[in-house]
Design a protein around this ligand. Sequence first.
Ligand code: FA5
Ligand code: MG
Length: 354
Amino acid sequence: MLPSNIVDKIGKNLHLQSRHPLNWIKHKIQNYFQSGKVSSLTPFIFHDGFAPQVSIKDNFDSLLIPADHVSRSHKDTFYIDDDTVLRTHTSAHQNQLLRQGERYFLVTGDVYRRDTVDATHYPVFHQMEGVWVPRLKDLGAFTDPQKEVTKHLHATLEGLAKYLFGNVECRWVDCYFPFTAPSWELEIFFNGDWLEVLGCGLIEKKILENNGMPDDVGWAFGLGLERLAMVLFQIPDIRLFWSEDPRFLNQFQDSADVIFKPYSKHPCVTKDISFWISSDYHENDFYQLIREAAEDLIEEVKLIDNFQHPKTKQINHTYRIIYRSMDRTLTNEEINNLQEVIRQKTQELPIELR
Ligand code: FA5
Ligand code: MG
């Protein structure tokens, strides 16, 4: 069964709400791809309305994600039934569109994951998938298609970063996805740290073969819309995208050229919790449990101590939970109550409270 804090988000489609920062940034990116800077060959097609309930085949199998891959686990993915999940990425739509013969497209949608709790991670967020598979004849006869497409991929995404941010510090990091090879992540320097904003690579040959394009070479990327919007508008906390507070939404009414002015930050309340874990304990279960209990009053959960008892070999985790509301001051009483609810709920986990 899906948790209530997740069910509540399905159908909100923030990227479709006009004047929402995610809608602004989506349009900016679409404009960039429409501008002819990326591909003068064939215009990109934009898909914004695919439902987030997808088959396991589309979300994992067709993307060559191995049966034992961690991302398939119930600890990472929200399952609806044995065949259906809430998509964990917009890559879930790659195969169907390629199969229909589409070669240049962007897919935007809400995606769902159990994940860590901090200012740049949220269990529901928005991704945009980009795919570019040129007709070989358009690449030119005597070129090395792999090299050409790689060059085009890097130029396209660096161009996008420049288009959105002007001069911003970027770096490429080699990485791995089962559906692209080689693969990279792009990071942007933001608020004193490197922030991962997208993953990309050359589409696995097998995927193109499976979809009737055996001789082609193409690229794909998947970017986090919140992450880019955080950089563009200087939004410090990912929870703000879900805020209905006019002090947030009104700042984006007139244009996309705004720097977010944080309204006064309310004080935080910090609580620690400590427990012995057993071998089938998984941190994401604890994070999801806190999300369900406290919803958007949670700013961050940090593992602050991890030690093994020298004799019993049992492992102890201590987490610091930082509670803060985006729009009001929390009372000690309500946080004490919440902390108690969380302590109670942890009885469902394979842990022993201290
Ligand atoms: C993917 O989801 C791949 N499907 C991307 C891809 C597509 C690679 C096509 C190659 C080809 P990843 O799990 O790294 O990759 O997520 C992509 C982006 O989503 C991240 O770079 C980040 O910007 C964003 N993201 C990931 N997890 C979260 C989260 N919990 N909250 C907010 N944004 C997130
Ligand atoms: Mg990643």
